[in-house]
Write a protein that binds this ligand. Structure first.
Ligand SMILES: C[S@@+](CC[C@H](N)C(=O)[O-])C[C@H]1O[C@@H](n2cnc3c(N)ncnc32)[C@H](O)[C@@H]1O
Length: 249
């Protein structure tokens, strides 16, 4: 069972915003190759497109597979070009961009080797960076104590970082680096429980719904008892990035 992005598109921005602890690393990777032409894969509703453009003004194409998500992005005043396509079949010429990034997208793409070959094809002496969810964070996530299937579900869909790095290496990327970054701690309070109730991350929608309802009820009860849980939520993500040098003709 997957996530129906066309269906969730109209409400996607209610609980998820652009920018995050990964933004500085994306800017660092783009700056490192002096990128002027940027491609974002799986741009979604454009939230990270806007955040990236604010931090790193450039010529940017946002590519997105879901029409619903793309319509949301297009409805915003973002100075990007938009493409309805898949990251595994990018309708751009060879060697036509300097930097590619994708935030929380590649876990939807099973053919990582094909994706990385396609990225290498369209990059001209540049770099690519992929933001994802590391397995050790999934294992430590506070949700595990309420939702027993949480880690199993997320570990089965987010590829290990080594798999992403290997696929990049096989496609010819070099100087591949992995970095974990964290956001400031957030209290798990009433507001946070409401975000869980709205299934603000897709994992909650993928849980067996009886498990979701009973875990949510227990979390609510614990938060009501003290106003917040004893532990805070510390959002962690990982960036895997590398450079690509185009072959000379
Ligand atoms: C979790 S959302 C992230 C959206 C956006 N990157 C963000 O951070 O807000 C994943 C996005 O990837 C898109 N997606 C999934 N498979 C894709 C593919 N093969 N090519 C392009 N986009 C894809 C989905 O439609 C969805 O918009």
């Amino acid at each position: 069972m997957g996530v129906d992005y066309d269906q969730i598109a109209p409400n996607y921005d209610r609980h998820r915003h652009g920018g995050g602890p990964y933004l500085d690393s994306l800017v660092e990777a783009a700056t490192g190759v002096g990128a002027r032409r940027v491609l974002e894969l799986g741009a979604g509703t454009g939230a990270n497109t806007a955040a990236f453009l604010d931090a790193y003004p450039c010529w940017l194409i946002g590519l997105e597979h879901s029409r619903g998500m793309l319509e949301q992005a297009k409805g915003k005043q973002i100075s990007a070009k938009w493409l309805h396509a898949s990251g595994t079949n990018i309708p751009l010429l060879n060697a036509s961009v300097d930097f590619i990034f994708a935030c929380y997208v590649i876990h939807h793409i099973h053919d990582l080797a094909g994706l990385m070959r396609e990225c290498a094809r369209v990059i001209e002496n540049g770099a690519a960076a992929f933001v994802t969810c590391p397995h050790d964070f999934i294992e430590r996530h506070p949700a595990n104590q309420y939702f027993p299937s949480f880690a199993r579900i997320d570990k089965s869909r987010f590829q290990p970082l080594s798999e992403i790095a290997d696929a990049m290496r096989a496609a010819g990327f070099q100087d591949i680096r992995e970095k974990a970054v964290t956001a400031a701690p957030v209290h798990i309070d009433h507001a946070y429980v409401e975000r869980v109730a709205s299934q603000f991350i897709s994992t909650y929608a993928l849980l067996p719904q009886d498990e979701f309802q009973s875990g949510l009820a227990k979390m609510r009860e614990d938060v009501e008892a003290k106003g917040r849980l004893d532990i805070d939520m510390v959002w962690e993500c990982a960036i895997v990035w590398g450079t690509f040098t185009s072959r000379q003709a």
